[in-house]
Ligand binder design. Structure first.
Ligand code: ADP
Ligand code: MG
Length: 313
């Protein structure tokens, strides 16, 4: 019996540069089409760290070169551009891999907005570094002129930091659901989604933030009533005492066990912690819901129960 699966792709599925992404999506498409070939419906979400950094830097250079002509590009617009660019490469790679295997299915990318709360405490504590490194003078100027938050990043220079608020709801969820039910392969919530606030009337206003793709994928999986959330990353399993001589890989966890390990500091913030938290949230959100964290190349083995770390009630 086919399942409805939301797949969250990490940085290793896309690479960091244009040529890397072009090559990486071919391998990524093979892993995804394996699941489609097995009869599953898949919806694909992905991160955008290097891509949104690249776009933001290019747009900032444009403003610097011609300040009278080009105003700074809002971060929400940079996220939208990254969804378009990544969706373009993924869509093409998936289309080609499907056709090569004789599977006739449409593939579409949905530019996805994700609602965030203006009162989210993340807005008063921006933590996510984006864009290029700057000198202190450049940083001071941006703070004065644009009210940016800037931090000194590990001795490498100054960087803008932005808020990473929690996703509340997916604005285009009905379109995404209709497309999945029509049998299309959908790419959605790229880069965690374009963060927006609800304002007066029906207006949505872009927020200067980047949503974590693991949390956004969890909301997507819950909203679509998916059977499984698969977070594909650069490790085959989650470990405790990660990187230490007595490291232990984990096969199966209840949400409570995973939470206890998280509270004990077993998972690095900003990398494995959000994945485990997203997996716990999804596993708790309804009966029969399973979250799996594994290596991109192991997606098919993982869903068959042969590898990866599985979190379910
Ligand atoms: P992605 O781009 O897929 O989101 P991240 O780099 O953010 O990838 O997170 C995955 C990384 O988390 C792994 O490559 C690994 O180095 C790191 N990591 C941190 N803590 C753990 C842990 N306890 N178990 C396994 N991996 C961990
Ligand atoms: Mg990550």
């Amino acid at each position: 019996m086919g399942k409805r699966i939301v797949i969250a792709l990490g940085g290793n599925a896309l690479g960091s540069t244009l040529p890397e992404q072009m090559a990486a999506v071919k391998k990524t498409a093979r892993a995804i089409v394996d699941l489609i070939e097995d009869g599953n419906d898949v919806v694909i979400a992905h991160g955008n760290g290097p891509q949104v950094g690249m776009i933001q830097k290019a747009m900032a250079e444009l403003t610097r070169a011609e300040p009278d002509k080009y105003i700074p590009c809002p971060l929400s617009v940079c996220v939208a551009m990254s969804q378009g660019y990544i969706g373009y490469d993924l869509q093409n790679a998936l289309r080609e891999e499907l056709l090569d295997r004789g599977i006739h299915k449409g593939v579409s990318t949905v530019l996805t907005q994700v609602e965030v709360d203006p009162e989210d405490p993340a807005f008063s504590n921006p933590t996510k570094p984006i864009g290029a490194f700057m000198t202190k003078a450049e940083a001071d100027q941006l703070v004065a002129e644009r009210g940016y938050d800037v931090v000194e990043d590990a001795g490498r220079g100054y960087r803008r930091v932005v808020a990473s608020p929690q996703p509340k709801a997916i604005v285009e969820i009905e379109s995404i659901r209709d497309m999945v039910e029509a049998g299309l392969v959908v790419v959605a919530c790229g880069g965690g989604g374009i963060p927006v606030f609800r304002t007066e009337g029906h207006h949505l206003k872009g927020a200067a933030a980047v949503i974590d793709k693991d949390f956004a994928s969890c909301v997507l999986a819950q909203s679509l009533d998916a059977d499984a959330l698969i977070i594909l990353t650069a490790v085959e399993k989650v470990a405790i005492r990660y990187g230490k001589p007595d490291q232990q890989w984990l096969d199966e966890l209840t949400p409570d066990e995973a939470e206890q390990y998280a509270a004990a500091g077993e998972f690095a913030p900003g990398s494995m912690l959000p994945k485990v938290q997203a997996a716990v949230r999804f596993a708790r959100s309804g009966p029969g819901r399973t979250a799996l964290i594994t290596l991109l190349e192991k997606a098919r083995d993982g869903i068959a129960g042969r590898t990866g770390t599985r979190i379910h009630a």
